[in-house]
Design a protein. Structure first.
Lengths: 288, 293
């Protein structure tokens, strides 16, 4: 009797010991793995993904790292991250500066994916969001020095949609224009042709993961002009046309001409100017 | 332990003398052939441009028809909350079914390239008569497996695949070799000099998963001819999971001496080194009465 209770005690002790040891082990492994994974998934700027990746975390739950997308990429753009690379181990990515995405119309990489990590719903390559081009260094970009370059604009597969040229005044010379490339996130697929083609030693325009590149407007923001368009009318009391309190016989001109005396009788005679010949009279009109 | 006392003799020497070198290495050679040819199939494409198999052992496409997916990676993906495409589901089911029939850990001994590394490490261990200073529990792998599954479900990402040395080696051999050789070297050093059979036998959660997968597999090693056993213990020395042999050899009252333990890898090394041909590879249902035939 004594020995049997001893035995049950012993087996109970062993059971508890095993359970607590297993639990301790699980906790320890879990802790270590959790810490490491946090570091490993901290979205590095090199994580430029193949088409069909919407969200990095979703991708890391879906990609089995088989490399079938890499194999079916006809331009050898894609590669798998190996140990020592910054991108999450074994996942596909590409370095646009080396080989950009050629945006194949049939999207073979997405078709090759066996798990759906690359979203099979993606039918039009223009809808891909592999990353986002950002003109990250305006100090080096020669367009900001007043030089004509526009290479990024010219190689862009969606030129005028994803990258447009914006003409501004060159303040340095005072008489020339700056022709500045501007990226539009609603069209840019992140293919990286611009980064690849950038003529600088180190590209001034770079592809970044969308999450790193984009800001996000506060959700409570309402843009008045958009709301007005949606509603078809002003949401507040409509603006009253401005009433100028101008000297008699003058009107206000928007185009920078300033205050001008109104033309008399819509005359077309070139000599029939609104201005008097006498300087004294002109001054007395109250025009400054 | 009695094992260390017998490790002075060279395991399998008697079998070589009695059966000849080739017969005493038959299963080992077959296994190496299997491991190397599977790896070669994957390498034919990237090296010679002959695309029979694309991808790697996590998921592959053979002859543009047969899609196979590793069920271990597949289950991690499911647990992390991804709705997997049908291609991968079918592929994982095929692989699952195969190992469920032939033995889960057949994956470890006949397919996985890490096995070659750890086998060589163990060969060093035996040749150099090293004594492991550290011992780990064989159940570590199951704790690790549980931790991985738990963490994958909680975090929503496949955390283990961020470090898994098994899929990493399989992948980097076929794609670009990064620093994974360093991890493999570490596994070798640990196995050979620090803790014997630490990776495959104690830690690898993938092996643990496959052992559970093949728990009820049909093909099993048996000791139907155990009457002939001369207690040389050579099988214990070479077996990567020696605890699985014990019940069929030592226990006197066993009616069906079939190795049913989930961690038997069906590597057949025990069959090789046994000079008395105690072991055979057969069905799970093998009985003593079968040898009468």
């Amino acid at each position: 009797m004594n020995t049997s209770t001893n035995k049950t005690l012993q087996s109970r002790r062993r059971f508890l010991e095993n359970i607590s040891r297993a639990a301790g082990g699980v906790a320890l492994y879990g802790f270590g793995l959790g810490l490491y994974s946090q570091q490993a998934i901290s979205l590095p700027s090199q994580s430029i993904r193949p088409p069909g990746v919407v969200n990095e975390n979703d991708f890391l739950s879906a990609c089995v790292r088989c490399g079938l997308c890499v194999r079916d990429c006809p331009y050898d753009t894609l590669k798998l991250s190996s140990l020592g690379d910054d991108v999450a181990l074994g996942t596909p990515y590409f370095d646009a500066r080396k080989i950009p995405c050629e945006m194949c119309e049939d999207i073979p990489c997405v078709k090759a994916c066996p798990t759906g990590a690359l979203d099979p719903e993606l039918q039009n390559i223009d809808d891909a969001r592999m990353g986002l081009a950002v003109l990250i260094d305006q100090e080096s970009c020669i367009a900001f020095h007043g030089l004509r370059c526009e290479v990024c604009f010219n190689v862009c597969p969606l030129a005028n949609k994803a990258i447009s040229l914006n003409r501004t005044h060159n303040q340095r010379t005072g008489k020339h224009a700056l022709i500045i490339p501007v990226v539009h996130s609603d069209a840019c697929t992140g293919c990286g042709k611009c980064e690849h083609a950038c003529i600088l030693e180190e590209a001034a325009i770079k592809i970044l993961p969308v999450k790193l590149a984009k800001g996000e407007l506060g959700h409570h923001y309402k843009l008045g002009w958009q709301e007005k368009q949606k509603a078809g009318e002003s949401l507040v009391t409509p603006d009253v046309p401005h009433q100028y309190n101008l000297p008699e016989g003058t009107s206000y001109d928007y185009e920078g001409e300033g205050l001008i005396p109104a033309l008399k009788n819509n005359s077309k005679d070139i000599n029939d100017t609104p201005f008097t010949k006498s300087a004294i009279d002109r001054l007395n009109e109250g025009v400054n | 332990m009695s094992i260390s006392a017998t490790s002075i003799r060279i395991a399998g020497l008697e079998a070589i003398q009695k059966k000849g070198w080739l017969n005493a290495h038959k299963w080992l050679l077959l296994r190496r052939f299997s491991q190397i040819s599977i790896l070669s199939l994957f390498l034919l494409g990237p090296v010679f441009g002959v695309w029979i198999v694309k991808g790697n052992m996590s998921s592959s496409l053979t002859l543009d028809v047969l899609s196979l997916t590793d069920p271990f990676v597949f289950i991690q993906s499911l647990l992390s909350g991804h709705v997997v495409k049908t291609t991968a589901i079918v592929g994982a089911l095929i692989v699952f079914g195969f190992y469920a029939l032939v033995g889960g850990r057949v994956y470890c001994s006949w397919v996985c390239p890490i096995n070659i590394v750890t086998d060589i490490a163990d060969w060093f261990y035996r040749k150099l008569k090293i004594k492991s200073p550290v011992h780990f529990s064989k159940n570590n792998r199951y704790s690790l497996l549980a931790a991985i599954f738990l963490l994958t479900a909680v975090s929503g990402i496949m955390v283990w695949e961020l470090i898994n040395p098994v899929t990493m080696l399989q992948r980097e051999l076929v794609f670009t070799m990064g620093f994974s050789w360093a991890v493999i070297l570490a596994i070798f050093i640990i196995d050979a000099f620090i803790s014997r059979r630490a990776w495959c036998g104690r830690f690898c959660p993938m092996g643990a998963f496959y052992s559970l997968l093949g728990k009820f597999s049909f093909i099993r090693v048996n000791a139907l001819n155990r009457e002939a056993c001369n207690d040389c213990l050579d099988c214990y020395v070479v077996c990567p999971e020696p605890q699985v042999i014990k019940p069929v050899l030592i226990k006197a009252d066993v009616s069906n001496p079939v190795i049913l333990a989930a961690n038997c890898t069906n590597c057949g090394r025990c069959i090789d080194v046994c000079s008395e041909d105690v072991f055979t590879l057969g069905m799970r249902t093998a009985k003593f009465s079968d040898i009468a035939k």
